[in-house]
Design a protein around this ligand. Structure first.
Ligand SMILES: C[S@@+](CC[C@H](N)C(=O)[O-])C[C@H]1O[C@@H](n2cnc3c(N)ncnc32)[C@H](O)[C@@H]1O
Length: 313
């Protein structure tokens, strides 16, 4: 067994090209796993980073499982080649908690490792990964009746990773709220929600007692029009600089305590320059959530546990 001295980046689902682009040169490519030796690089289009990769030689399935178990308990198989042999090793490891999760839930401080076979007798494995979920992947137990869209799942995911969330009476602004998935989720936590959109919200969401609707362009409203808010949310479809300009007004005003905003990429492009400006805001981070599509999530939340991101250098 030997340390590789680098990082393995597991690409976000469907976004390997963006990941390869942001990493630049690489040392290995195994399916969606990109290995870069040397210091860690900034990588947002990743679902999981293998932070302490090891090369492990083994002579049998049993020995492979034994070595992994001697490092720590939880291991996600990441099959790329030798699928059958990978599955046999996984069967000899403790079962993973893969059932859909009920929101809200707390993520325990238990490491989740990952491994892949390179050949019959050699694997790449890391006991320490950036995501607390197996291969960065998990599902919520969904509510098929309440929410008018499935977009609430990415909001739930962001809140689970921060380890905090709005509570009863918290004042929330939800920009780009239609048809109302995020507003439904926030209202369900007991928050007071001002939902802004140029389009209508689904009537039953607009009618919730703790929801107020503003049919308006969010970006022409100023922070002073609202006063202090506990949480500012945005899922507005727009060019990233338009969102940044609005967020900068909120930051300058000091009127919002917490932010969760989706940075939507337009067409096939990745606006890296604007994303860098978001991430340069002190106390914030940018992640690609499992429930994100061609978008990233900017999080600036007091007491953020930072789960799902590698430790800051
Ligand atoms: C992805 S949808 C939001 C989905 C919503 N978060 C949910 O959970 O149902 C994006 C929304 O942004 C709205 N939008 C686009 N530009 C806007 C603007 N300048 N001001 C307010 N809303 C805007 C669109 O009307 C659309 O409803």
């Amino acid at each position: 067994m030997r340390e590789l001295g680098g990082t393995v980046y597991h690409a976000a689902r469907g976004w390997l090209p963006h990941l390869l682009d942001e990493l630049g040169d690489r040392d290995r490519l195994d399916g969606e796993l990109v290995t870069v030796l040397g210091p860690r690089r900034k990588a947002r289009w990743a679902r999981n980073l293998w932070l302490e990769p090891l090369l492990i030689d083994f002579s049998s399935v049993g020995e492979a499982a034994k070595i992994l178990r001697s490092i720590q308990r939880n291991w996600a198989a990441c099959p790329n080649r030798l699928h059958r042999r990978t599955a046999l090793i996984a069967e000899k490891l403790p079962p993973l908690p893969l059932k859909p999760k009920v929101f809200p839930f707390d993520i325990p401080e238990v490491p989740m490792g990952a491994f892949t076979l390179l050949d019959e007798g050699r694997m790449l494995a890391s006991g320490v990964c950036s995501s607390p979920f197996a291969n960065g992947e998990f599902e919520f137990e969904e509510d098929k009746e309440g929410p008018p869209s499935r977009a609430y799942r990415k909001l739930w995911e962001a809140l689970v990773l921060t380890g905090t969330r709005p509570g009863p009476g918290d004042v929330c602004v939800d920009a780009g709220a239609s048809p109302g998935g995020w507003t439904w989720a926030l209202a369900g936590l007991g928050a007071q929600v001002t939902a802004i959109d140029r389009a209508d919200l689904e009537p039953r969401i607009a009618a919730l007692p703790n929801v107020k609707v503003l049919r308006h362009d969010a970006f022409t409203l100023k922070p002073e029009d609202f006063g202090p808010v506990d949480w500012l949310f945005s899922d507005v479809i727009c060019y990233p600089p338009a969102l940044l300009a609005w967020v900068e007004k909120w930051l300058a005003s000091g009127l919002a305590r917490n932010f969760v905003c989706t940075i939507k990429m337009q067409g096939a492009d990745y606006d890296r320059a604007t994303t860098d400006l978001f991430e340069a805001v002190p106390g914030s981070r940018v992640v690609h959530l499992w429930h994100n599509r061609h978008e990233l999530t900017w999080i600036k939340v007091e007491g953020d546990r930072g789960l799902g991101s590698p430790p800051r250098d």
